[in-house]
Design a protein around this ligand. Sequence first.
Ligand code: HSE
Length: 462
Amino acid sequence: MELKIDLNASLRTNPKYLEMNAENKTKRVNIGILGFGTVGQGTWKHLEENNQFWEKILGVQVIPKKASVRSLTKERKIKISDNALTTDSQSIVDDPDIDLICELIGGIEEAKNLTLRAFRNGKSVVTANKALICEHGDELFEAAEKAGVHYGFEASVAGGIPIIKVLRESMVANEFPLIYGILNGTSNYILTRMEKEGVSFEDVLSDARELGYVEADESLDLDGVDAAHKAVIIAYLAHGIWVELKDITVEGIRRISIEDLQAARKLGCKIKLIGVIRRNFENNHISVGVYPSLVPMAEIIARTDGVYNGISLTGSVVGTVVLTGRGAGQDPTAGSVISDIVDVVKAKNGISGGIKLKHVSPDECKPANAVEIEGSFYLRLTVDDRPGQLAKVADCLAEHQVSLATVSQSPKNESSTASIILTTHDTNEHSINLAIQSLEQLHGVKEKPVLFRVFDPNSFSK
Ligand code: HSE
């Protein structure tokens, strides 16, 4: 009998070969995505949409190459070629052409086995799997370190909020007596609508299901377990200790009624499901818990509504820092996955001290001119208090296409002058500057006009 040995196959899984192979391909990093659900598809989409950009900031192309699915025939929003899809996640992990794995299948056993296998194959892994890290983080981090690869998990806590990086890097000089916040978007959405609209728990839950917010295992969201997974990860990053889920208080939102929410409001509070991580630095005891709490309205966390998450970190050096943003959903979570991918590529390619600065040519981006910078304005004028003065001011503004939104006038007691306060509709910096120059020359205008911009952040998201 002839014994056939596939030399290439054994070579392919040899870390030395992988290293050499990686060296030969420094200009290209191929990504394999395990699990092509909401976050997997978002990651693929944003990697592709920004493909010009990766090379620019990293000097390396980052290419989504393969994805694993449970069903090849299921309709998906993101269309990719048939030969990029497989039902065999392990084949992606073992594929020598794939450099980096995104584990987005969720669950514990399969995800853990694939992650450890990827590490053994010399591949770094990026994940959004909070349950896996909460339960096996210690073993996985150790395995990654042993294999000399990276394990990124920014997307596992608070979706698009960069909390992991903030804890590990930005706030590294701090100790944390208190970290608390809203770590589950679904339950926050439910509580917010119950409180603001008086809709029953069951009705909002049914809307949340339709919107695709609720986890397949609803108990994770409704009974505080998902928030607890995240609190455990935060506690580890802040204090270096794995607190076991079984040792902490975990309560959900099922017992909160509209009556409770209204009563809390009368007390100047909102009821929020919060994760709380406290450390007493005198006796070095740490406590972690997730439970509904009355949070005073003065706190940003109390005013963090809807599917948003919010985390308040009190650091020994910096004081309190609060981060809020979208804690779940395709785009925010994919953004965090990609941030980890970029970190791995940086580390593997010896790019230290941050990514290259985003230097672009004037064809790609240049300073806007004054005509393009739009907004509305607040204007205060001190004028002679006599007939026709207001009309003259309005004419002067109209001449420069500045339209008035509101006007009020009040006489100044001590003199024969009046104060005119007006706001404009949207105009642009060029027109308002010309209008101000004309107003300064206008007979009866006594002082240099006072001008402030009316800041509307929503007008910037266009
Ligand atoms: N079920 C989670 C939430 C998803 O609602 O926050 C993000 O981890």
